[in-house]
Write a protein that binds this ligand. Structure first.
Ligand code: 5RP
Length: 236
């Protein structure tokens, strides 16, 4: 399945393969979105086909749902599952407290809902995703389309009042149109450089009426499986 991989894909693959070992028959499993999570879905597909693993998967995006079905996983909705044993997902950044930035792939809303409805969340990541302070990766904020420019102006005002570094907010684009999420919303990316108080920033952002959710995952991740390009894996 892994063939000849680039160093970064090898790191993602070994993290995903290791994390797949935490999945047991009978589990309801949240399936993340992104290139690392795609490796996880493929590894689980292989286990279903070759080892008789029986699981029900709840995908966090239409992309992941499609891949999961293609590799032979049983796919159900979160409403059908109601509660999950485990969610495994990628991340754009993680710090020593296992706080995360997610949403680089635009699926943060479903990802956060699914991870929060799980007994456990495991993040799979290549070693380059580890940071001392979150914020180098632009923080995605999902906003409803109605009045998004006013919402963006409010977000910028709040960043200035909080004296957060960077402060630049940009609408994520898909060609010449705003990017549209699976929930038919848009994403504003915040270029902050460093986020000194992620908990406070997350709470403040989510109080703005047009904001649906932001990509800071705090007290959600329980474990991180870190893959290295030489094939080593660390679990924290
Ligand atoms: C998608 C996400 C992804 O998990 C995150 O962007 C990491 O992606 P990748 O594994 O491709 O580096 O949050 O919304």
């Amino acid at each position: 399945m892994s063939g000849e991989l680039s160093p970064i894909d090898k790191a993602k693959f070994v993290a995903a393969r290791q994390a797949a070992e935490f999945v047991e028959s009978g589990m309801r499993v949240g399936l993340g979105t992104g290139s690392t999570a795609a490796w996880l879905v493929r590894c689980l597909g292989e286990k279903v086909r070759e080892e008789g693993l029986r699981i029900k998967g709840v995908p966090t995006s239409t992309r992941t749902a499609e891949l999961a079905r293609d590799v032979g996983l049983e796919v159900i909705s979160l409403d059908e599952a109601k509660w999950l044993d485990l969610t495994i997902d990628g991340a754009d950044e993680f710090d020593t407290e296992l706080s995360l930035i997610k949403g680089g792939g635009g699926a943060l809303l479903q990802e956060k809902i699914v991870a929060t409805a799980s007994d456990q969340m495991i993040v799979i990541a290549d070693a380059a995703k580890e940071v001392r302070m979150l914020g180098g990766f632009p923080l995605p904020v999902e906003v409803i389309p109605f009045g998004w420019q006013s919402t963006q102006a409010l977000v910028e005002e709040i960043l200035i009042s909080m004296d957060v570094m960077g402060r630049q907010a940009t609408m994520r684009m898909n060609g010449d149109r705003p990017f549209v999420t699976d929930e038919a919303n848009h994403i504003i990316d915040l270029h902050l450089s460093r986020i000194g108080n992620p908990r406070q920033l997350s709470m403040v952002l989510n109080q703005i009426p047009g904001v649906v959710e932001n990509g800071l995952f705090i007290d959600i991740c329980d474990k991180v499986v870190i893959g290295h390009s030489d094939g080593r894996v660390e679990v924290r």
